[in-house]
Design a protein around this ligand. Structure first.
Ligand code: XIL
Length: 389
């Protein structure tokens, strides 16, 4: 039986008590021209660890506003890098494996599942009173090499069914949410339904998204089921078209009774683009009317094109965090903020396009030395400014 789904799902989180009990109201966005600590707050004194841990952590500030906050994590680093593990434990009340739940990692060979790394993330979260997001059950990237030579129109439905049953079923009752389908929309390919041409579409036909959500709901009735996508944040014509196609998809799914609870907006941003604005705001409001929560699932700010020295770059990154979260957290159905990583030491940013000057990127709230960057204070201030109902 599918009743109106609870506002929050997943394993009990004793540390967070009554997290997300009621909906917050709208508030004004933060001003754009200020600068962000450490420079602003320190008065010449060194930042102490208590200033950003415990009551000063992102986690504590988020919980005071009934928000979820956290990051993508790398299981091997949780194991081998104690400073990284402490940072994740201190700052996050929700984590998501960056790669460990993708087909490529889980299914190294036909018929073989390897849950070691994903289990480690779920165990870490349980040990630290954190929720977990699952990412992702159905995606066209990071499929194992054997997939292309094995999947056929005859066996593909069974392959996907078995995958969702085994993976979502294994963690049933312990997942806050699942990215059931990732990046399935491509508004520029001429299809009127806006569906991206992927192996799943070719093998299963255009009802595969609905099928994946229904199968996931049967495997884990408690998890909030999410559709996740990228390049839908800005007011460019192309991103506006993509938002429209996603709304078309969501309306169709809702109209057919598909169990979809949330929209994941990846939020891979940059320092030189025009900021997100009215288009994103009305998108989030329309999703609210459709009964969906919105999760910021993969936030980071690429500073590849930011000029200047590190302090200037860090301020530019922090300004984007402040502007974006000011806009988004004014909307009561935006309930979770996850960054794609937590320290600049481990980030996917720059993998494809390194900075021209060869210096490492600084896209995340903590620097490569695990010290809070200006972006940390921008994020924390944006949580503080969230108004509760
Ligand atoms: C990225 C990971 O961060 C990298 O480590 C990996 O090599 C490629 O995938 N959108 C998504 C994420 O939904 O799964 C991607 O993660 C980043 C873009």
């Amino acid at each position: 039986m599918t009743t109106r789904r609870g506002f929050l799902r997943g394993s009990a989180l004793s540390a967070a008590g009554g997290l997300l009990g009621s909906l917050p109201l709208a508030r004004a966005a933060a001003p754009l021209t200020r600068s962000f600590a450490p420079q602003r707050l320190l008065n010449g004194e060194a930042l102490q660890t208590q200033d950003f841990n415990g009551a000063g952590s992102l986690r504590a500030h988020a919980e005071a506003r009934r928000l979820l906050t956290g990051c993508a994590v790398i299981p091997g680093k949780l194991r081998d890098d104690p400073e990284y593990a402490s940072l994740v434990a201190a700052q996050a009340n929700i984590i998501v494996p960056e790669n460990a739940l993708k087909w490529e990692q889980l299914r190294p060979a036909v018929g073989l599942f390897n849950f070691t790394e994903a289990d480690a993330v779920v165990a870490f979260a349980a040990a630290h009173g954190q929720r977990v997001r699952g990412h992702t059950l159905c995606w066209h990237n990071q499929l194992p090499r054997w997939f292309a030579s094995t999947a056929t129109p005859e066996n593909a439905r069974q392959l996907l069914t078995e995958h969702i049953q085994r993976v979502a079923g294994r963690y049933a009752g312990r997942m806050h949410s699942w990215d059931v389908v990732n990046e399935a929309v491509d508004s520029e390919n001429g299809r009127s339904d806006g569906l991206r041409k992927t192996p799943w579409l070719a093998l299963l036909g255009d009802d595969y998204i609905e099928y994946a959500f229904k199968t996931a709901h049967a495997a884990d009735p408690q998890a909030l089921l999410t559709y996740n996508d990228f390049d839908i944040e800005l007011d460019t014509p192309e991103q506006a078209r993509k938002r429209a196609k996603i709304l078309q998809l969501v309306r169709k799914l809702k109209g057919r009774g598909t169990p979809i609870d949330a929209l994941g907006i990846q939020s891979h941003l940059g320092t030189t683009e025009a900021p997100a604005g009215a288009g994103l705001r009305s998108f989030v409001r329309e999703l609210r009317r459709l009964g969906l929560q919105v999760f910021i699932t993969e936030l980071d700010v690429n500073d590849r094109k930011a000029d200047g020295l590190v302090p200037d770059r860090d301020q530019a990154v922090a300004r984007v965090y402040a502007q974006y979260l000011g806009l988004m957290l004014a909307e009561p159905n935006v309930t979770a903020v996850l960054t794609w990583g937590i320290t600049d030491r481990y980030t996917w940013v720059g993998n494809k396009d390194p900075r021209p000057d060869g210096t490492p990127p600084r896209p995340l709230p903590f620097g490569p030395d695990y010290r809070p960057a200006p972006a940390f204070f921008a994020v924390r201030d944006s949580f503080d400014a969230r108004t509760l109902a």
